[in-house]
Structures are given as structure tokens and as C-alpha cells.
Design a protein around this ligand. Structure first.
Ligand code: ZN
Length: 415
């Protein structure tokens, strides 16, 4: 279970009391008004400069689905798991009907149709680069059957260390518990929130209640809405109120620690449409929770639903001026899980639970940054032939045309 585990240019003018004459008073008033006016003009220039920057800067959405295995991402339903009574709970027919197919290619398209349908694999020596000609370019990486290896570098293989590695670019081994204190390391979103083009246009939504700490909401300076926190903390329209009420009164199979993904998704989606952030994090949790419960059909359904929602997000993006052909989505996970019957578990003692995967989705009309990413083999570690989770933050920043820097070491971009 998860539970185990540039300042404004404001000038302050102090006016000393004095026995000034009327003329002095008028002159002083003109002077003060002049200062005020100049400050206003500066502020307006800065504002319009910032607005212009915000218009053209690329947008970023990082999405995670907790602990979804690469085995299902690239192979679809695993029949050796689906056929066991203790995992199918007596309803293998449901799983077979919905996700069954004769080969891995068809099975993965049934499980994750947005990622894999209508796609053709390009010849690329080390990565699954896909152009589907359907309004998107995709890299899907981490299929160990074709020697694409993605992994967490941290030694723990559970959630907080994994999300820390992804979001800060630093696989700090000292972060060794899901109950770890507010993250001492700065993350990519906090960094973006300090850049002119992204300032005040950053938000995070997560199903799990640890994201307030993982993203250190108190020091990061952008809203982190997680678990049973309502969107009404930041929006007060009727839809937000309804979403908040539904969340509060919803079924709580994971108690107070984590809400069902549907609430996280619709709160995030409503925020995206209403506030139009330029950098956003959305984290879904059910894939991990149902795996720990040993419920394979719920695990598959959760993954299938996340795929559908990413399609919804992408379709909204591609219909919206400012986002269309100017938005990158990273989809990934925080850790892997065991092989075969050990699929329910993860952690340092579970063989294979360091293995991850990721997908990067970008516009079809590629700019120069994206051409490099989607057009060439990815750079893997020379010794291990692996791409590490700590490299994704700098990679996504590079796609935005920004170098991500912090007080800690950051993994290199993968292109
Ligand atoms: Zn877990």
C-alpha cells in the first residue's frame, strides 16, 4: 500500500511629513504621480512582455499512472495472470472479452488504444518512435522485449522516491519512505513557475495525498490539489463546487489516502479548461492500488481509462489556440512491479520493480527541438543501455527550450 511506504518592480516611496508650501505640494504631487506613472508603465510593459512570452512558449503536461508495468504497456493483458482465480476473482471471461487478442501488438492496442492505435512504428534503432499521422508524434520507450530499457535509478522502487526522481531529476537515495518529509529538492514545476513565460501558470493534481510533500507545495509556490482536496481551493464556479461535492461524498476504497482517479481527472480537466495553465502535473493512482489488491481486471480497467483520458486531454489541446501544436505530454510511472504472480508487489526486494517506461507525445508539425527528439535514436547510458527516470525532467525542459537547473544534480536530457 502507498501508506507503507522576478520580483515585481514595485518601488516604495516614503514621504516625510513637512511643512511645505502650496507650490511645493503641487510639485511634490507631480513628482509622486510621475514616479507612480513610471512604475505603472514598467509594470504594464512587463505584463505585456510576459503575456507575449506566455502566448508562444510551449506547454507541458506531465501525467503519471502509478506502478503500471511495462509488461502490460507493451504486451497488453498477461494471460498467465488473468487465468489465475486469485487475480481474476472468477471473471476471466470479462478480461478475455475486453482485452484478449492473439498477439501482443493487438493486445496492447486493446488496452491502450490512444497510445497504440492507428500507429506505425518507424525504423529507429533504439526507440519505439511512432508517428500516427493523426495529429501527434509519439515515442513509447521501455519495451524490454526489444531491449528498450527504462528504469528508476533510486534503490527503493516505490512511490515517493520514484516521483522525486522524475520531478526533481535527482535520484536521491536519502528519500527512502512514502512518509518522507516535504521534499528538500526543488522540482521542475517550481523551476518553471519562476520563469517569466510560466509564472503563475503552473498547477498539480494528484490522487495520492503525498504530492503536497513530494512537490513541497509550501515552498514551490503553485497549487497542489491532491487526494480529497477540492478544486474549490482555487476555483469557485458552480462546476468546481459540484466536483468538490462529488469528491467529498465519493466511495473511498483507499480510505483517506487516495481518491478514485475519476475525481482527480475531472478536477484537473476543469482547471485546465478554466485557468489554462502552461505547465501541469496530473497523477493517477488506481493502477497501483488495484495491483496491491490483486485485482487484475480493475488494474487493467484503470490503465485503459487513463489511456482514454490522455486522449481526451490531447484532443482538447489540439482544438485549443495556444495549446494546439504547442504542447508536450509526458506519460510515465514511478516504479515497476514483479514478474508473473509477483505482479501485485514492488519495492527493492521485488525483482524487476525498477523497470519503468515512458511516452512523450508532441505535435505533428515539429519545431527544431522536437525534430531532434522524435527524429533520432535516444541517448541511453553507455554502460547499462538504460534511460533513467532522473533524465526526464531535463528532457521535458529542453523541449520547452529551457535548461532545468537546481541546487542538486540533474540527469541529462535523452536527446
Ligand atoms: Zn504501490
Amino acid at each position: 500500500m502507498k501508506t507503507n511506504k522576478g520580483d515585481a518592480n514595485v518601488k516604495i516611496v516614503t514621504i516625510k511629513k513637512s511643512k511645505s508650501s502650496g507650490v511645493h505640494f503641487i510639485l511634490r504631487s507631480i513628482f509622486i504621480f510621475g514616479c507612480f506613472f513610471t512604475t505603472q508603465v514598467h509594470a504594464q510593459n512587463k505584463n505585456s512582455e510576459q503575456l507575449a512570452l506566455q502566448k508562444i512558449a510551449p506547454n507541458l503536461i506531465i501525467i503519471t499512472t502509478d506502478g503500471l508495468r511495462w509488461q502490460e504497456v507493451f504486451g497488453g493483458v498477461d494471460t498467465s495472470i488473468a487465468n489465475q482465480n486469485k487475480f481474476n476473482h472468477g471473471d476471466s471471461a470479462y478480461i478475455a472479452k475486453k482485452y484478449g487478442a492473439t498477439n501482443a501488438d493487438e493486445r496492447k492496442k486493446k488496452l491502450l488504444p490512444f497510445l497504440f492505435s492507428n500507429t506505425s512504428l518507424q525504423n529507429n534503432s533504439n526507440s519505439n518512435v511512432i508517428n500516427n499521422g493523426n495529429g501527434k508524434s509519439i515515442i513509447v520507450f521501455g519495451d524490454r522485449n526489444t531491449n528498450n530499457k527504462a528504469a528508476v535509478e533510486n534503490p527503493h522502487w516505490f512511490s515517493y522516491p520514484g516521483y522525486n526522481e522524475l520531478l526533481t531529476g535527482y535520484a536521491d537515495p536519502a528519500i527512502n519512505s512514502n512518509d518522507y518529509k516535504p521534499n528538500p529538492h526543488s522540482n521542475l514545476f517550481a523551476f518553471l513557475n519562476k520563469q517569466n513565460a510560466y509564472q503563475g501558470k503552473v498547477a498539480a493534481f494528484g490522487a495520492w495525498d503525498a504530492f503536497d510533500r513530494i512537490l513541497n507545495e509550501k515552498v514551490s509556490g503553485f497549487p497542489v490539489i491532491n487526494a480529497f482536496e477540492s478544486i474549490t481551493q482555487v476555483l469557485s464556479d458552480p462546476t468546481s463546487k459540484m466536483l468538490g461535492n462529488l469528491l467529498t461524498d465519493s466511495y473511498k476504497p483507499f480510505k483517506e489516502v487516495e481518491c478514485l482517479d475519476v475525481f482527480t481527472h475531472y478536477q484537473a480537466m476543469h482547471y485546465l479548461k478554466t485557468k489554462q495553465p502552461k505547465a501541469m502535473f496530473i497523477s493517477y493512482g488506481e493502477t497501483d492500488e488495484w495491483a496491491h489488491h490483486g485485482n487484475y481486471s480493475n488494474y487493467l480497467d484503470a490503465a485503459n481509462m487513463v489511456d482514454k483520458w490522455i486522449g481526451d486531454i490531447w484532443n482538447w489541446v489540439q482544438a485549443m489556440p495556444g495549446y494546439k501544436d504547442n504542447t508536450y505530454i509526458l506519460l510515465t510511472t514511478d516504479h515497476g512491479r514483479g514478474f508473473g504472480s509477483a505482479w501485485t508487489d514492488h519495492g527493492a526486494d521485488v525483482n524487476g520493480a525498477n523497470a519503468t517506461w515512458f511516452a512523450i507525445i508532441g505535435p505533428p508539425a515539429l519545431n527544431s527541438n522536437a525534430k531532434e527528439l522524435f527524429g533520432k535514436p535516444l541517448i541511453t547510458n553507455a554502460q547499462t543501455n538504460t534511460i533513467y527516470q532522473k533524465q526526464l525532467a531535463a528532457t521535458m525542459a529542453k523541449l520547452l527550450g529551457i535548461e532545468f537547473t537546481a541546487d542538486h544534480p540533474i540527469g541529462n536530457p535523452i536527446y
